[in-house]
Design a protein around this ligand. Structure first.
Ligand SMILES: [Zn+2]
Length: 127
């Protein structure tokens, strides 16, 4: 079987059409629809939607007595970069990236958790 120049062009067009079809039919990946929620004292302090390619954000929360917590949020999830905290359990938790994971800082009464924005996590494939 020999490929002619014309066949090659058809293949290229088909591949290009397939790629654009996939892009059009995939407007967003539901598994990436995550929301990082930061709570202080049981109240929502900030909610940040996780988006691919989003810029890294540093959330600095100042407490009384000069205490503070620095939380880094980016497309990978969230982690505590710096904190004034006696046990530093929150910092040792490291990165949380999946829905349901959380960072808890009991001494400062801060909770960081990841919530799913989509109703279903499995119903993502539509073709
Ligand atoms: Zn802590």
């Amino acid at each position: 079987m020999k490929l002619k120049k014309g066949d090659l062009i058809i293949i290229v067009i088909l591949v290009a059409a397939l790629i654009s079809w996939l892009v059009i039919n995939n407007p967003g990946k539901p598994e990436d629809e995550r929301l990082i929620v930061i709570e202080t004292n049981g109240d929502i302090y900030k909610e940040i939607p996780v988006e691919t390619g989003m810029e890294q954000q540093e959330i600095h929360i100042q407490f009384e007595n000069g205490k503070y917590i620095d939380i880094i949020v980016d497309e990978n999830g969230a982690y505590v970069k710096d904190v004034i905290c006696p046990d530093k359990v929150c910092q040792k938790t490291g990165l949380v990236s999946r829905v349901g994971q959380s960072i808890v800082c009991l001494p400062n009464r801060v909770v960081v958790y990841i919530e799913g924005r989509a109703e279903s996590e499995i119903d993502g494939i539509s073709f």
